[in-house]
Design a protein around this ligand. Structure first.
Ligand code: CA
Length: 260
């Protein structure tokens, strides 16, 4: 959406005040409960770069900024980003060249490119070079966020698809779990619970954290729900096997571990 106002960043920033849910998410991420998505912004205009950085941080993303194409390319090659917001018009090495070299190096990091020139040629060129989406400047921050979310949804490969702990195997996308090659018949909640414990294997998770992550709610008053589900999960996951994977840590919570 093109803004008719010359001072669009101020206006859209005002429109985009993080909702309480966003803030909570940002807090949860800051506490390391949910790994934040990492975004690299390559943009030479200081004001836009700052504005993007601030807005994305407030939304809960981790953000790095590069003001030059060369620097940005090096950062993109040296680090693992979930997404790159790439301005086309950069001094020195331009956005096209950054994207071409990134793909040449075999990196599949999703790229959302920003172009000031609303021409079909630009868009075609960007998409041919391997960009995932584009935005024409000026744009509203809410639109950028929507595009980022849609690109991230289409590119879930950065999340590990398969999680293995000992003889336990989880396919997060097919929502399937197997132990010693034998399929486990789990309810969706049991699967989420198992996938949380397995993804954070070795880490003791409190009942509150489990309740928050699996049920999206605060069960402070009744974490019994967690115990009941863990018991059911154990009956399927551990009861038939000698080696138990889920362990109770008294007074704290649960941990999934290969070793007892
Ligand atoms: Ca620029």
């Amino acid at each position: 959406m093109r803004s008719m106002f010359p001072d669009f960043p101020r206006i859209t920033a005002a429109l985009f005040t993080p909702t309480p849910v966003n803030s909570l998410l940002a807090v949860a991420r800051a506490r390391g409960r949910i790994p934040a998505m990492k975004i690299l912004v390559i943009e030479d205009e200081k004001k836009s770069a700052l504005y993007l950085e601030k807005g994305l941080r407030e939304t809960g993303y981790e953000v790095d900024v590069a003001e030059q194409g060369d620097v940005g390319l090096k950062m993109a090659l040296d680090n693992e980003y979930d997404l790159i917001v790439l301005d086309v018009m950069l001094p020195g090495r331009d956005g096209w060249s950054v994207m071409a070299d990134l793909r040449k190096a075999g990196r599949t990091t999703p790229v959302l490119f920003l172009t000031a020139r609303d021409t079909v040629d630009d868009r075609v060129k960007g998409l041919e070079l391997g960009a995932d989406d584009y935005l024409v400047k000026p744009f509203a921050f809410s639109e950028l966020l929507a595009r980022i979310r849609s690109v991230l949804r289409r590119n879930p490969q950065r999340q590990p698809e398969l999680v293995k702990v000992g003889d336990l195997e989880l396919d997060l996308f097919k929502q399937r779990a197997a132990r010693a090659g034998k399929k486990l018949e789990l309810t969706p909640k049991e699967f989420s619970l198992l996938s949380l414990l397995a993804r954070r294997s070795g880490e003791v998770l409190s009942r509150n954290i489990i309740a928050e992550q699996v049920w999206d709610m605060n069960f402070e008053s009744d974490t019994n729900v967690v115990d009941v589900h863990v018991r059911r999960l154990r009956s399927k996951l551990d009861d038939p096997y000698e080696n138990k994977l889920i362990h109770t840590v008294r007074g704290v919570g649960y941990v999934l571990n290969e070793q007892a």
